[in-house]
Design a protein around this ligand. Structure first.
Ligand code: EPU
Length: 445
C-alpha cells in the first residue's frame, strides 16, 4: 500500500516561465478514437497522467499496442485490436472508460462494458450515452453491472441532448464517424477538448461540421485512417499555474497557454485585479498578480461558461481575496468537498448545496487535508502555497490521475512542494488527523 502524500510549505511570489502538458481531457477520447482506425497512429503532447495510462491499458486489453516512443509521443497500433469486451477491473478504474463504447460499436457492432459507477463529485450516470446509442439502433441489455450493447448496423440519427454532456457528445461523434448517413447532435458540448477530438477525427478522414447553434453534424464514412496528431495544451493546467502565481502574489508566463479557450477564467482573474496579457492569436498568457486581490463571484457552466474543473482552484484564490465571493457549481451535484478542507485551513466559507459564500480572510494556515478529486487536490495545493506553515494532503492518486508532474513545474517556479513517502505509522497518524473531517475516500472519477 502506498504511504505517499503531498507536502506543501508556504511559498510566496511564485514566478517564472513554464511549459504545459497536453490536455488529459482531450487525450482520453482521442486515444479511444484510435479504435476506429486500423494501423499505427502517433499522438504527440500526450501527458503521462495516470488516467492516460489507464486508457492505454484499456486499449492494450482490447488487443492494441500502445507505447510511448519518447517522453510525450504515444504510438498506438490498432491493427490487432480484436475484441469488444472490456475487462471490468480496468473499466472501473476510470469513468472516462465509457468513451470506448462508441468506437467499439462502430468497429464491431458490439461492446461489452462494465458500468463505470459514480464518484465523489456526483452519481455521474451514463443515461445520455445509452439513450443516444439506442436511438442509433443499438440494443442494450444490462446484467450484473455489465452492459451488453449490440447493433447489427448502427444507423444515423438526430440526437437531441437535454444537457450538452461532454462525454456523450464525444462518444456519439466517434460512433457516427463510421456510421453511414448523417447524424446530428443537437445541443452538443463544444468544449475545447471536444473540438480537439473533432480535429483528430477530421484528420482521420471523418466528415464533421459544426452548425449554429451547437449542432454537430457527422456524415459517416466507411473507413478512417491512422493519424499523427499533437494534442492541445491543457487549459486546466494553465489555469492551475496562473492561480498559483495569483494566490502567491507572483508573476508567470505560459507561452503555450490556450488563452483563446480560457476567456471567462481570464476575465474573472482580471476582475480580481490581476494584470494579464494574452499573446498573439490567443496563445500564451502572462499574469502579474495584484497585491490586493478583490473577490469575484462565479457560476460554473458548460463551455464557454466558467469551467467546473477550475471551480475548486479558483475558490482557493477567493479565500484570500478582499470581499465576498459567491460560487455556484451547476455541472456536478457534489463538487464542493474541498470546502470542508479549505475551512480546516482557516477559510471562511459557508455553503448550502452547491452554492458557497466565501468571505476573504487575511491568512490561511497549513493543515492535514484530503483531496477528494483531481481539481480539489489542485485547490488544496494552491491554498497550501499561500498558507502559513505546512500543508499535508492525502489522496495523492487524484493529483497523479489528472496532472503530469505538475509538482515539478511548481517547484521550478519556486513552489515548495514534494511527494513524501513515509512509514506506516506516520501515514496512519496523518490519516487520523485528516479523518477528523468525516469525508471518505472517493472512487474513480
Ligand atoms: N450526465 C448525466 N448523464 C450522462 C452524462 C452526464 O446525467 O449520461 C451529467 C453528469 O452527471 C454531470 C453532467 O451531466 O452532472 C456533465 O457531465 P459530462 O458528460 O459533460 O462530463 P464528463 O464527460 O463525464 C468531462 C470531463 C470532466 C469535466 C466535465 C465537464 C473528461 C474525461 N472528463 O466529464 O473532467 O468536469 O466533462 O466539463 O473529459 C476532470 O478532469 O477533473 C473532470 C471531472
Amino acid at each position: 500500500m502506498s504511504n505517499k502524500y503531498i507536502q506543501v510549505e508556504q511559498s510566496l511570489n511564485l514566478r517564472g516561465q513554464a511549459s504545459l502538458n497536453g490536455a488529459k481531457n482531450a487525450t482520453l477520447p482521442i486515444i479511444a478514437s484510435l479504435i476506429l482506425t486500423d494501423g499505427v497512429s502517433q499522438l504527440s503532447n500526450v501527458p503521462r497522467s495516470h488516467d492516460v495510462m489507464c486508457m492505454m491499458e484499456l486499449l492494450r486489453n482490447l488487443g492494441a499496442r500502445a507505447d510511448f516512443i519518447d517522453e510525450h509521443t504515444l504510438e498506438v497500433d490498432t491493427s490487432m485490436l480484436d475484441t469488444f469486451c472490456i475487462d471490468p477491473a480496468i473499466m472501473k478504474k476510470m469513468r472516462a472508460s465509457i468513451l470506448v463504447m462508441g468506437p467499439l460499436l462502430a468497429r464491431f457492432g458490439k461492446a461489452d462494458v462494465a458500468l463505470p459507477g459514480g464518484c465523489s463529485i456526483g452519481a455521474r450516470p451514463i443515461n445520455y450515452h445509452l439513450e443516444a446509442f439506442a436511438s442509433m439502433g443499438t440494443q442494450i441489455t444490462m446484467q450484473d453491472d455489465f452492459l451488453y450493447a449490440r447493433a447489427s448496423s448502427l444507423k444515423a440519427s438526430t440526437i437531441i441532448m437535454d444537457y450538452p454532456s461532454v462525454g456523450t457528445t464525444e462518444n456519439v461523434m466517434m460512433a457516427a464517424a463510421r456510421t453511414r448517413g448523417i447524424t446530428r447532435i443537437v445541443n452538443a458540448a463544444l468544449e475545447p477538448e471536444v473540438l480537439d477530438l473533432i480535429a483528430v477525427l477530421r484528420a482521420m478522414g471523418a466528415n464533421i461540421t459544426i452548425r449554429p447553434a451547437a449542432t454537430i453534424e457527422i456524415e459517416g464514412v466507411d473507413e478512417l485512417k491512422p493519424v499523427e496528431y499533437a494534442i492541445m495544451y491543457d487549459r486546466l493546467e494553465a489555469g492551475a499555474l496562473m492561480l498559483a502565481a495569483a494566490i502567491t502574489g507572483g508573476d508567470i508566463y505560459l507561452p503555450q497557454a490556450p488563452a483563446h479557450a480560457m476567456e471567462i477564467f481570464i476575465l474573472k482573474l482580471q476582475q480580481m485585479g490581476h494584470a494579464i496579457e494574452v499573446g498573439a492569436h490567443g496563445v500564451g498568457v502572462h499574469l502579474k498578480a495584484t497585491t490586493s486581490p478583490q473577490a469575484v463571484s462565479l457560476k460554473t457552466g458548460q463551455y464557454p461558461g466558467f469551467p467546473t474543473d477550475l471551480q475548486a482552484p479558483m475558490m482557493a484564490a477567493q479565500c484570500l481575496a478582499d470581499g465576498v465571493s459567491v460560487i455556484e457549481e451547476t455541472v456536478f451535484e457534489n463538487r464542493m468537498l474541498h470546502v470542508h478542507e479549505l475551512v480546516k485551513m482557516g477559510a471562511n466559507i459557508t455553503s448550502e448545496h452547491n452554492r458557497t459564500i466565501i468571505k476573504g480572510v487575511d491568512q490561511l494556515r497549513g493543515a492535514a487535508v484530503m483531496a477528494t478529486d483531481i481539481r480539489a487536490s489542485c485547490a488544496l495545493v494552491l491554498a497550501g502555497f499561500a498558507a502559513q506553515g505546512t500543508t499535508r494532503m492525502t489522496g495523492l492518486h487524484h493529483w497523479m490521475r489528472g496532472y503530469d508532474s505538475l509538482e515539478l513545474t511548481l517547484q521550478s517556479l519556486g513552489g515548495r512542494i514534494s511527494i513524501v513517502d513515509c512509514q506506516d505509522a506516520e501515514y496512519q497518524a496523518l490519516l487520523g488527523q485528516v479523518n477528523g473531517s468525516g469525508v471518505t475516500a472517493s472512487q474513480a472519477c
